[in-house]
Write a protein that binds this ligand. Structure first.
Ligand code: ADP
Length: 799
């Protein structure tokens, strides 16, 4: 019998012989016999080990048997140990009673009967054995119960886990998967063999796997909660976003025993979030550029891979479908797709064309091979399309002003994603925002263009007006206001026929076309505000009405008129003396005429006079041209106006018409002026010539020289034709003549007064006329006095 199964028996006696005797008696029982020589020693032994029974001597020094028994009984652990008192003293009742009350189960009186002692002790040994057996059995029973309980509860948990719509799994402390719930198998389509300890790695999206593995390693190490967002592959090959979460379960000692994890489908949430993020990004991209090609390209790039694997944008430009942008994450595939596009350009049957034609969105959750087949033009295209692995697609129209001008196509391939109604809503929102951005850009460009056009209209020299279909003025640019003398405020919003009375007549004379490229201008006179204007105009008919552009040619017209008048006048002026000279010369040659000295002298005078006239006309022309070009050199000196005037009058008197007299009246004391004397003489002669010439009915021409203030004034007054008030300024213009057609037979080049006024201006003086038509004219020339610089300047200013 081994020590393990032997029970202990404590023998307590202060007498060694007794102990030896007891040992000898009990030896055959084959149990563990422990000896103690006092009550204290016995108590110590009890603290150390278990005993099936105690044989206790009653008479012992210090602690006797009774006291020792009482102490044993006081202790919880030793209370149940049976005590057999050994005594030699008495069997009286009192004594025995004390023994029982102290917890004895029996009394054995010395000297012992070995057989009796052994049998009594072996009863207790048996009892102890039975108790121990019972204890063992009940412990076993308890264990079995617990195991059953655990099995039941595990089963319950398993059922619970299986019933959950979430994926649930457990893993051992090293992260090896030990259990997947039913949802896992349903979702992944894995077989129990596949779903082994690392079966989950087959389901996680390859792009998400490295991140997941790293997180797992980190949490296995730290024992922190594992939390990761990843895509799980469904049985049909598509992926859905899940939120994976695992917590460690620890035993009593605090060690991780296993992990319990869940994976919640957050796909819709995640996709909404991604789509929203994409929409925000797309909106900011859309607002960034005003070039819609740039904008749509940027949006297509941003759509991949946020909401699509492929994104294409088509627009119709000039009736032709054009692909503006194509985006994909994989460069190589993109090149491949572009090649495909090159070979098979988008045509009228294509999905983009259909969306644009119908203006309706398209959602194809699952592209079947049959669909590809019907879309492909030939076997090669079908193969290429298959190569792309397209899975699902959405097409949305781009609409502005109720007109579909393009489409956005989103397609999935590698991601295995399948579009649904939610994606369609997002795509439509994207389409709306893109169309809006493009429309905004277009409006902006239009506004810019209008602003530019308005600026041009403000600054052009040509009058530009818009008359709407009702004949109301809608636009009247500043040049139009300047030319017509009518402000925009007065005319815009008013019927043109009211503000410009001769409008209808004018409009008939201005050619109107529908093509601005062939507009031809017509020059025509028009009377506006009592003024006659010559305008050159053309019109272009638009939807809003007619735009007329016109130019004021009044001055050019007048100049033109003047030029033709000049040619007529000058040629006449030249022809007259030439004819006279020619006539005189012919007379000389005539054999039938006897040239007496009188006639010969007269003819020679005609020739010299008319030659002089010719020379003076040509001189005037040259002088006018020199004045215009600024080439005239003046020899400015002090001149005596009195003397010069007297000389001119004297020269004129030699060939005055008979009915004209010239009266000269000069002040006594006339200061000198600063001028070029020969040219000043020309001015005086011209005024005197005109006075005589334009007094065809004769009379008295008065020439006066007076000093007034700081200047000297020369006046030539005639009783002649006079000059209408409206013409008094114009007669100083080059070639201007009141009577260009010479109805009164008075010739001239129209240069005399022009030359005079230009010369006087150069002498710092001024020239003007006072006249009443039919009542003669007085021409005045005022020149500043020489040697009085300050005054002279003042006079110049007053001119
Ligand atoms: P012209 O050679 O025609 O005389 P001028 O320049 O000297 O040219 O004069 C311009 C025009 O002014 C004349 O054609 C004439 O009509 C008008 N004029 C000039 N002087 C007189 C005058 N004393 N009386 C009336 N008309 C005049």
């Amino acid at each position: 019998m081994s020590d393990d199964t032997r029970v202990g028996i404590l023998l307590v006696d202060d007498v060694d012989e007794n102990l030896i005797a007891l040992e000898a008696i009990l030896e055959p029982l084959g149990q563990r016999l422990v000896k103690a020589r006092s009550g204290e020693e016995a108590l110590r032994a009890i603290l150390r080990e278990e005993f099936a029974c105690i044989l206790l001597d009653v008479q012992m020094p210090v602690l006797d048997g009774f006291e020792t028994a009482e102490l044993i009984k006081q202790r919880e652990r030793s209370r149940h140990i049976p005590i057999i008192f050994l005594t030699a003293i008495s069997k009286d009742e009192r004594h025995v009673f004390r023994g029982y009350s102290a917890g004895a189960v029996d009394y054995i009186f010395k000297p012992f009967e070995p057989e009796v002692l052994r049998s009594k002790v072996s009863v207790f040994i048996d009892l102890q054995r039975k108790t121990e057996e019972l204890g063992r059995q009940s412990a076993l029973l308890r264990e079995q119960e617990v195991a059953h309980e655990r099995r039941v509860s595990e089963e319950r948990y398993r059922q619970l886990a299986d019933a959950m719509p979430q994926i649930v799994w457990t893993a051992d402390r090293d992260g090896r998967a030990s259990y997947y719930n039913r949802r896992w198998y349903e979702y992944t389509g894995q077989s129990p063999e596949q779903a082994d300890e690392s079966g989950w790695t087959l389901a996680v999206h390859p792009d998400d796997l490295p991140r997941t593995v790293a997180k797992r390693a980190e949490t296995l190490e730290s024992g922190a909660v594992f939390e990761v967002e990843y895509r799980f592959r469904a049985g049909d090959g598509t992926y859905r976003w899940h939120l994976g979460r695992a917590v460690p379960l620890r035993g009593e000692n605090g060690e991780i025993e296993f992990w319990i994890g869940t994976a919640t489908d957050i796909h819709d949430h995640k996709r909404t979030q991604q789509a929203q993020e994409f929409l925000i990004e797309a909106s900011s991209l859309l607002g960034r550029s005003l070039d819609y090609v740039d904008t749509l390209e940027a949006v297509a790039r941003a759509a991949v891979p946020a909401i699509a694997d492929w994104c294409a944008v088509h627009v119709v430009e000039g009736g032709v479908l054009r692909q503006l942008a194509l985006a994909h994450v994989d460069e190589q595939k993109l090149v491949f797709a572009e090649e495909l596009q090159r070979r098979y350009p988008p045509n009228e049957e294509g999905p983009a064309a259909e969306v644009i034609r119908t203006g309706k969105s398209q959602l194809v959750p699952e592209l079947t091979d049959e669909m590809l087949r019907s879309a492909a033009q030939d076997e090669l295209q079908l193969d290429l399309l298959r190569e792309l692995g397209l899975r699902s697609y959405i097409g949305v129209p781009l609409v502005a002003h109720d007109r579909v001008f393009g489409s956005i196509t989103l397609a999935t391939a590698e991601s295995g994603r399948r579009y649904d109604e939610t994606d369609l809503l997002f795509a439509q929102e994207l389409g709306r925002r893109a169309a809006m951005a493009i429309e905004n850009a277009r409006l902006y460009h239009e506004a810019e263009e209008r602003a530019r056009a308005a600026r041009v209209l403000q600054s052009v020299g040509d009058g530009v007006v818009l008359i709407d279909r009702e004949g109301v003025v809608r636009l009247w640019n500043p040049a139009a206001a300047r030319i017509t003398g009518l402000d925009a405020d007065e005319v815009v919003g008013q019927p043109i026929a009211e503000v410009v009375p001769g409008w209808d007549d004018l409009a008939r004379r201005i050619p109107v076309t529908e093509d601005p490229g062939v507009a031809r201008a017509e020059t025509t006179p028009v009377e506006i505000g009592g003024r006659e204007l010559w305008v050159s105009g053309s019109g272009v008919a638009l939807d809003e009405g007619t735009v007329y552009a016109f130019r004021d040619l009044t001055e050019e017209r007048a100049l033109e008129q003047m030029r033709s008048d000049f040619v007529a006048t000058v040629s006449h002026e030249l022809r007259t003396p030439l004819a006279a000279i020619y006539g005189a010369a012919l007379t000389f040659q005539r054999p039938d005429i006897e040239l007496g000295s009188d006639l010969g002298g007269q003819l020679l005078r005609v020739i010299t006079d008319e030659s002089a006239r010719l020379a003076s006309i040509i001189e005037d022309l040259l002088l006018a041209s020199h004045l215009d070009s600024g080439k005239l050199q003046l020899a400015m000196v002090e001149c005596d106006v009195r003397r010069l005037t007297a000389e001119v009058v004297a020269a004129a008197e030699t060939h005055l018409p008979e009915n004209v007299v010239v009266v000269l009246a000069v002040d006594e004391d006339v200061p000198t002026v600063h001028a070029d004397p020969s040219h000043l003489r020309q001015v005086i002669a011209n005024l005197l010539d005109n006075a005589v010439k334009y007094s065809p009915d004769g009379g008295e021409v008065q020439v006066g020289v007076t000093a007034s203030g700081g200047s000297v004034r020369l006046s030539v007054a005639d009783p002649g034709l006079g000059i209408p008030a409206g013409e008094q300024r114009k007669i100083f213009e080059k070639f201007y003549r009141l009577d260009p057609n010479m109805t009164r037979g008075i010739g001239g080049t129209g240069l005399g007064l022009y030359i005079s006024s230009e010369l006087v201006r150069r002498f710092d003086g001024r020239i003007w006329v006072e006249s009443l038509e039919g009542e003669g004219s007085t021409f005045h020339v005022e020149l500043p006095v020489a040697k009085a610089p300050a005054r002279r300047r003042a006079a110049a200013v007053s001119s």
